[in-house]
Design a protein. Structure first.
Length: 114
């Protein structure tokens, strides 16, 4: 039986199928200052090193994004669908697709409506 974690039960809830597609498509993976501190500690890096080596300015220059690998996928994606920082992943990652999404997201995301 599937739980319905959304507080608003009038809205559909999309349950992630862990396809990993959202970790592969282009764009920012925004991280807040607090998330930088948390993720840096989680991966065992000094914060300054983490900012230098694992982040870049986001597209609208309002903050930091996790960098992409040369193939375009998120730096922390391991294999097809495993997030190296799953336990401390950014709110942006956790919020997709229920908290935020974009036009056409259903074509790329394999989450199922429950
Ligand atoms: S931080 Fe993890 S969940 Fe977020 S895009 Fe990167 S690999 Fe995916
Ligand atoms: S694209 Fe959708 S189903 Fe695939 S991992 Fe991301 S949220 Fe989950």
């Amino acid at each position: 039986m599937n739980a319905h974690p959304s507080l608003d039960k009038t809205k559909p809830y999309y349950q992630c199928q862990r396809c990993g597609n959202c970790c592969r498509w282009p764009g920012d993976v925004n991280v807040t200052a607090e998330e930088v501190t948390t993720i840096a500690a989680y991966v065992g890096m000094p914060e300054e090193d983490f900012i230098r080596d694992c982040t870049r300015l986001n597209a609208n220059r309002t903050g930091l994004s996790i960098i992409d690998k040369p193939n375009g996928e998120c730096l922390f994606l391991e294999g097809v669908n495993s997030c190296r920082i799953q336990k401390v992943k950014p709110v942006q990652c956790a919020g997709f697709p229920n908290v935020w999404n974009f036009p056409g997201w259903r074509e790329k995301c394999e989450a199922i409506e429950v």
